[in-house]
Ligand binder design. Structure first.
Ligand code: ATP
Length: 355
């Protein structure tokens, strides 16, 4: 499986006025499963199509290991790509659709049969192998497309562009774990585009977060959750996202409004910062026991598995996630503590320190 290296790769659709993908240097390491995660319009599909060769970038070079493939069309890159919607030969049977990429590369018949049966078993297609593809519903057709993308073991990379969009939500969890299983077997270099954090976090070895055409952070799911290096990652990952509050550094003390919420771990220049703490880590405690802010409860969402306590502190809104059935009441005044090592400081959206 190839390492895929982007060297200063960028793309503009309008002659350089705006970047769909800003010049980026990044390596997708062989045999890893990546999620490329970001909101609609951030450049995910453009970046994926640059890897597959559907788009030639307006800046930079693309390498598969040491081979410069920048000008090489898709057919010469030995990749498998799965799109958002089914791409199948409708008149062919499911078996023939799955076998097609292998037969096309002159894989021996027995090996074709072995791979088709293996993938169809994992994806739950073994009962429909003889059916014509057009007789399946759109969700099932998409699973066949996914199978076509995964059936070849000898590919430089498998690229998946929101492949579960048309699949029944109840099936998505199963398919994601099947995908993981198939990936474990084949060791493909896999890039999975999604705007859905659950999809990204449950599936990937490494999540690459893209915003406005730039990679803002990449790491294991837990790293992005526990240690965001950029405000965007704090907001975008987590449900709800990270609380962000304006604060002030004076000496080694950090204040929100007039209240001291902690001290900086490393010395930082004085002045305004934003303080970020996830709802999961905000503690509602007795006043005076530890540093923190006084907050007025504005509402409680009873989510079943947990409660979300909405509050305002110094006119800023924030949320604490608590156990289900909490006894906090709207309009009550509570005291919120932000634990050190779970509370970060940001300047110009980039993390500059922590409590
Ligand atoms: P989505 O999840 O909505 O598909 P995305 O993250 O995949 O979004 P892209 O489709 O790569 O983002 O689009 C990135 C930017 O480039 C967007 O502003 C989009 O409008 C623009 N764009 C995409 N394709 C073209 C095109 N063929 N011509 C002009 N602009 C384009």
């Amino acid at each position: 499986m190839a390492d895929i290296r982007l060297e200063g790769v960028g793309h503009s659709y309008d002659g350089g006025r705006t970047w769909a993908v800003k010049p980026t240097t990044w390596t997708w390491r062989g045999s890893r499963a990546y999620a490329l995660l970001g909101p609609s319009g951030c450049g995910k599909t453009t970046l994926l199509n640059i890897i597959s060769g559907l788009i030639t970038p307006t800046e930079g070079r693309v390498f598969f290991d040491d081979r410069d493939v920048t000008g090489v069309p898709t057919a010469g890159r030995n990749i498998a790509q799965v799109f958002q919607f089914p791409v199948l030969y409708e008149e062919m049977s499911v078996y023939d659709n799955l076998a097609f990429p292998l037969r096309n590369r002159k894989v021996p018949k027995q090996e074709v049969d072995r791979r088709v049966r293996e993938v169809s078993r994992l994806l739950g297609l073994d009962q429909v192998l003889g059916r014509r593809s057009r007789r399946l519903d759109a969700g099932r057709q998409q699973i066949v497309s996914l199978g076509r993308g995964l059936v070849r073991s000898q590919v430089a990379a498998v690229l998946l562009d929101e492949p579960l969009t048309v699949v029944d939500p109840a099936l998505k969890w199963t398919l994601r774990s099947k995908l993981k299983e198939i990936h474990r077997d084949t060791g493909h270099t896999l890039v999975y585009v999604t705007h859905d954090q659950t999809e990204a976090l449950t599936f990937a070895d490494e999540v690459v977060v893209l915003n406005e055409g730039a990679i803002v952070q990449a790491g294991e799911p837990s790293e992005l959750f526990l240690s965001p290096s950029h405000e965007f990652v704090g907001h975008f990952i987590g449900s709800p996202g990270m609380n962000m509050l304006p604060a002030e550094i004076a000496g080694d003390v950090v204040r929100v409004g007039r209240e001291e919420v902690g001290t900086v771990r490393e010395p930082l220049p004085p002045g305004p910062v934003r303080i970020g703490v996830r709802p999961e880590f905000v503690r509602i405690t007795p006043a005076g026991a530890s540093p923190g802010v006084t907050a007025r409860v504005t509402g409680i969402d009873r989510m079943g598995a947990y409660d979300l306590v909405h509050a305002t502190a110094s006119e800023h809104r924030l949320i604490a996630k608590t156990e289900a059935g909490c006894s906090y009441r709207p309009d009550a005044v509570e005291f919120l503590h932000f634990p050190a090592d779970r509370t970060f400081l940001f300047r110009d959206q980039v993390r500059c320190g922590s409590l």
